[in-house]
Design a protein around this ligand. Structure first.
Ligand code: HEC
Length: 193
């Protein structure tokens, strides 16, 4: 009788352990950890070209590369926009050599600071980030102006909730960089040479 009780007890223990470990695995598959989100976000931001416009560059033998100290911190406030020939520029779109400023029929736009500093996306909620990327709203506010070119938000509007969450998680994990990006300038007023 004693032997029988022991077998039943041991069997119950094995079932319990199996159930716990199976459950754990299930959980891991359903909700990947925060670390995985950041990794996935890093991958998406890199392959979707956010650095092209939002990171200041260093110039290497094989061309411009994102400055790892200022990653995704937007157009540096210390670099003024040089005067340009408005007559020629009228029929063209101009880019700053670092790609962080663009001049076109909409005026002059400056790539935003996406780091979690108070001058960037620090304090933003994911809902704000979604309004900016999916509806093109500046500062992620429903009352905000529309984002200007060349921010390709209409492409990013197609992102799944999961990918948007991963990108936001990665951006919030960046080193905060204090940089007040200039406001856009309407067409016209920049001095011609
Ligand atoms: C081709 C250039 C370009 C690319 C690529 C680009 N952006 Fe932008 N982005 C801009 C510019 C310029 C602005 C500022 C537009 C304005 O002032 O209206 C901007 C604005 C934003 C804003 C709004 C910030 C605010 O304060 O309102 C967010 C958020 C943003 N970009 C995120 C991203 C993310 C994330 C990616 C990559 C998935 C990305 N951008 C790729 C050029 C770009």
């Amino acid at each position: 009788m004693k032997k029988y009780t022991f077998v039943v007890f041991a069997g119950a223990l094995v079932c319990l352990l199996l159930a716990v470990s199976c459950n754990d695995q299930g959980k891991q598959l359903a909700t990947p950890g925060a670390e995985n989100q950041v990794e996935r976000g890093h991958y998406l931001v890199t392959t979707m070209g956010c650095n092209d416009c939002h990171s200041p560059k260093i110039f290497t033998d094989h061309g411009p590369e994102p400055d790892s100290n200022l990653l995704l911190s937007g157009h540096p406030s210390s670099i003024p926009v040089a005067a340009f020939d408005t007559a020629t520029a009228k029929n063209w779109v101009l880019f700053h050599p670092m790609n962080t400023v663009a001049i076109g029929p909409w005026g002059t736009s400056f790539a935003a600071n996406l780091t979690p500093d108070s001058t960037g996306l620090g304090g933003w909620t994911e809902a704000q980030f979604s309004l900016a990327l999916r509806h093109g709203k500046s500062k992620g506010l429903a009352s905000g102006r529309m984002l200007l070119p060349p921010m390709p938000w209409t492409n990013y509007a197609q992102l799944s909730d999961e990918d948007l969450h991963a990108i936001f998680s990665y951006l919030q994990s960046l080193k905060p960089v204090h940089n007040v990006v200039p406001q856009p300038i309407p067409p016209g007023p920049i001095a011609a040479k």
